[in-house]
Design a protein around this ligand. Structure first.
Ligand SMILES: *Cc1c(COP(=O)(O)O)cnc(C)c1O
Length: 462
């Protein structure tokens, strides 16, 4: 530290030069990670902030300050977390976790040029849909298939191709909003269609649809109610009953299955969820569903159905704007391939594996982990194993709950404890309810990593 005499006789603390500070050994690791320009910029800010203070020349204090300030630049913003919320397909936590086969395919596609739109047979141009359409047709019984960015895009594209400038009939009980501002009436408007609502919130009959069909009608659309359920005095018309009406009147029948699934969930003791094959076999012309919900693949919107309509949809200029990239197509193809052997899905597809996990196995995990969590929390929380109900999430079966087991943490400052778990190197996300912080262990995929980081838990007092 050097002091220069000022005119008034007092001495001023002069910081070392920025160049000298950048050479401090304590800053070397930060320069490695963040790069020299960002560290220099931060050192200037340090000198500015500490001007005139003795601290300005303190190497250790400066290194800590710079590291904290540069944290957002050296740590990725999107981070891996433990989803212990009890919601298996949690939209805010990224929905489906991919199968190893899908991950490997995506990595390969990222690293190399691929046959994305190239036909090796003739050395000519190919179609990107050709990688997944045969699988989707095989798994749903449809004549043709295409894929876009997500199911919202699929619905937008289908409506815009088949019904722009005309009317689409939807039951009032199916005019849903799902998270993230996807509302059926808004999508209709954006697709340039006129929405014709029929029936009432709780009851819609076949005759309501029949009465609404006129010369301007382009389509009837069914929408999976997804994240809500109407109970009591209700009536909705299954797609199968709408097929003869749509055929007779010459209008398209579209179904947005939402989650949709390619496998029968009852195989694993779960409640029934409509499959894409059921919709196709019922005679629906065009069926849309998500890639990253129950299907267990990457984000995508899948469209299957009658060939002439799918061809029109795939040729719509909007398809170009909504198409999938090679990485997700590779992951999707690998995921679909797993469905060729449904008997091994529970072993290979994480979504099905998590959903099919027996409650007894989850309980065993909870009991194995309880001592470590107790030990780290000491007298700050009471820890017990409790029976809980989880959810599939992403709109599937909102009222059918999955019997599961959780670690329940009870303490005075629950929010603080929840916060400390979120600040772990791999943040742990639980759910607060019934006076406890619950960690539902159905979706814990790496017990060792969970336990290994517990000693870093830092519950801020207060
Ligand atoms: C989830 C869902 C969508 C939106 O699907 P994304 O793949 O998230 O775009 C659309 N319709 C229904 C009925 C849904 O459940």
């Amino acid at each position: 530290m050097s002091r220069a005499d000022r005119a008034d006789g007092a001495s001023e603390i002069r910081p070392p030069s920025i160049d000298r500070m950048a050479g401090w050994p304590s800053l070397t690791p930060l320069i490695e990670r963040a790069g020299r320009p960002l560290v220099i910029e931060t050192l200037r800010a340090w000198v500015e902030a500490k001007r005139g203070m003795p601290e300005v020349a303190d190497e250790a204090a400066c290194a800590v300050w710079c590291a904290a300030r540069l944290k957002p630049f050296v740590e990725p913003s999107q981070r891996r977390v433990f989803n212990l919320t009890g919601t298996v397909l949690h939209t805010n936590l990224g929905r489906a976790v991919l199968a190893e086969e899908a991950i490997a395919a995506a990595v390969e596609a990222m690293r190399s040029p691929t046959t994305l739109e190239y036909d090796l047979g003739g050395g000519a141009r190919g179609e990107r849909d050709d990688h997944i359409a045969p699988w989707l047709c095989r798994l749903t019984g449809a004549e043709a298939a295409t894929a876009v960015n997500n199911n919202a895009a699929a619905v937008l594209l289908v409506l815009s191709e088949l019904a722009a400038g005309r009317e689409v009939i939807v039951s009032r009980g199916e005019l849903i909003e799902i998270g993230g501002a996807f509302r059926i009436p808004d999508i209709m408007a954006r697709a340039g269609c006129r929405l014709v609502e029929v029936g009432t919130t709780n009851r819609t009959h076949l005759k309501d649809y029949a009465a609404a069909i006129g010369p301007e009608t382009a389509a009837i659309m069914k929408v999976h109610p997804s994240n809500y359920a109407i109970q009591g005095f209700t009536r909705s018309v299954p797609a199968a009953e709408l097929v003869p009406l749509a055929r007779e009147k010459g209008v398209a029948l579209i179904e947005d299955l939402g989650s949709g699934t390619l496998a029968d969930l009852e195989t694993w003791g779960l409640p029934h969820e409509p499959t894409a094959r059921e919709a196709v076999e019922a005679g629906v012309d065009v069926v849309t569903f998500s890639g990253d919900k129950l299907l267990g693949g990457p984000q995508a919107g899948l469209v299957v159905g009658r060939k002439p309509m799918i061809q029109r949809i795939a040729r719509n200029p909007m398809k170009r704007a909504l198409r999938l990239d090679k990485v997700r197509l590779a992951a999707l193809e690998a995921t679909l391939r797993l469905y060729a052997d449904p008997t091994r899905l529970a072993e290979r597809l994480p979504t099905i594996r998590n959903l099919a996990r027996p409650a007894a196995a989850i309980r065993a995990v909870a009991e194995r982990l309880m001592p470590s969590v107790r030990a780290v929390l000491g007298d700050r929380a009471r820890v017990s194993v409790v029976e809980v109900r989880g959810q599939i999430g992403s709109g599937a079966l909102p009222v059918d709950l999955l019997p599961s087991f959780a670690l329940a943490l009870q303490a005075k400052g629950l929010d603080r404890i929840a916060d400390s778990f979120r600040r772990l190197p791999i943040p742990v996300i639980g759910r607060i309810g019934d006076g406890a912080l619950h960690f539902d262990l159905r979706t814990l995929d790496d017990e060792a990593a969970f336990v290994a980081q517990l000693d870093k838990l830092d519950v801020v007092a207060g």
